[in-house]
Design a protein around this ligand. Structure first.
Ligand code: ASP
Ligand code: MG
Length: 405
């Protein structure tokens, strides 16, 4: 007998018919003799609606009341699924975050889990009761309701699986798994059978919106076996696993793109020691997350150009900060929102030469200019004009041999 956690996203519980469909999947696992805990999201669109009501009611809202409102969607689906299971003669009950309890810090809207006491839930699981937990929710030390950030029910599920020492954490969604790239752009994209935590972390944070990034980090830290699969088909999904479970390591496993960044270039900055600090310290103080950076010296060494990327929503703020940094001397500031960051990802890169060269050559062959490059051990990212997103992703997908039939 196994103990498993099943998580269902918003589209999987979007109405009563779909909740019945979910209940049938749960029943299958129960009939197979498993102890089952289920984590549910709010019905598709519900959380957006709740957020909008909060914003309309009060633009400068109290974050504690925001959480009180937006956590409500998951309360509804947890109760409805418990009822539906009971109607099928499967013993079930709902659990809200505070009832488990799922203890968190008090950073409302983006709370972090500090402790989960599963004593009571384990007793119920042993009795054969299906425990349906409302995802996304927690409780702070002062007994106020918290939420874990948008997409946070993935993190609820992985955290619950870790706390329950579950054998598996199956994340049901509306796609069949993790693909080599976005199938909407590349019809030849393939579903991956397995992917490492590290690769998934890069894919998740780079815009492949399958799992909340935090949930992947948590799964990696706790060694939770996560499977991403569709609640609408019966095909096997993608397993997210440790590197040593993957026998044949791909040099490149996937290609991700993110079009939510913008580029800023400071042209003709006085090239004196400490200049980079003068640019990036005030941005850090303004809580602006800088991603890619390059600095180029002019031939005479007196001037330098500094280019970097920031989240698109922060460009105006970043420009203001730089304009107000009085000790910073530069000739011109240029910004561009029409950029996309394309990344090739693969753990096999660690032991293979030439991955970057293939990327640059492939883009050059298509006449695509690279504006900024950054690399890590298992990833190479380039910033290009967003107009070429599809062309670049497709060409790279082919170049790295990822195309399916
Ligand atoms: N309902 C929440 C959201 O839409 C949490 C989740 O679905 O993961 O962000
Ligand atoms: Mg989600």
């Amino acid at each position: 007998m196994s103990r498993i956690v099943m998580k269902f996203g918003g589209t999987s519980v979007a109405d009563l018919d779909r909740i019945r469909n979910v209940a049938r999947r749960v029943r299958k696992e129960v009939e197979a003799g498993n102890q089952v805990a289920v984590v549910v999201s709010a019905m598709a669109g519900t959380t957006d609606q709740l957020v909008k009501w909060v914003e309309d009611a009060s633009p400068l809202h109290d974050a504690r009341e925001y959480d009180t409102v937006v956590a409500a969607g998951e309360q509804i689906t947890s109760g409805l699924l418990a009822l539906t299971l009971q109607n099928m003669d499967i013993p079930a009950r709902s659990w809200l975050g505070w009832q488990v309890p799922f203890k968190t810090d008090d950073v409302h809207g983006a709370a972090r889990i500090s402790e989960i006491d599963t004593t009571a839930m384990r007793e119920r699981l042993e009795e054969g009761v299906v425990c349906v937990m409302a995802g996304f929710q927690g409780i702070a030390d002062d007994n106020r309701i918290t939420t874990l950030g948008r997409g946070g029910s993935d993190t609820s599920a992985v955290a619950l699986a870790a706390a329950l020492e579950a054998d598996r954490c199956d994340i049901y969604t509306d796609v069949e798994g993790v693909f080599t790239t976005d199938p909407r752009i590349v019809p030849k994209a393939r579903k991956l059978e397995k992917i490492t935590y590290e690769e998934m972390l890069e894919m998740a944070s780079l815009g492949a919106k399958v799992l909340q990034t935090r949930s992947v980090a948590m799964a990696m830290n706790h060694g939770v076996r996560v499977q991403v699969l569709s609640s609408f088909t019966d095909t096997p999904g993608t397993l997210v696993v440790d590197e040593d479970e993957i026998v044949e390591k791909q040099v490149v496993s996937g290609i991700a793109y993110a079009n939510n960044e913008a580029r800023i270039t400071l042209v003709g900055v006085d090239n004196t020691p400490g200049i980079a600090g003068e640019v990036f310290s005030p941005l850090a103080d303004g809580n602006i997350n800088v991603d890619m950076i390059i600095q180029n010296e002019s031939e005479d060494g007196l001037k330098t150009d500094i280019t970097f990327t920031v989240p698109q929503g922060d460009v105006e703020k970043a420009i203001k900060i730089l304009e107000n940094a009085s000790s910073l001397k530069y000739e011109r500031l240029v910004s561009d929102k029409n950029v996309v960051k394309i990344s090739v990802i693969g753990v096999g890169m660690r032991s293979h030469a030439g991955v970057a060269a293939t990327m640059f050559q492939t883009l050059a062959d298509k006449g695509i200019n690279i504006q900024v490059i950054s690399t890590s051990e298992i990833k190479i990212s380039v910033l290009i004009d967003s107009e070429y997103t599809e062309l670049a992703v497709r060409a790279l997908h082919t170049a790295y041999g990822l195309d399916g039939a």
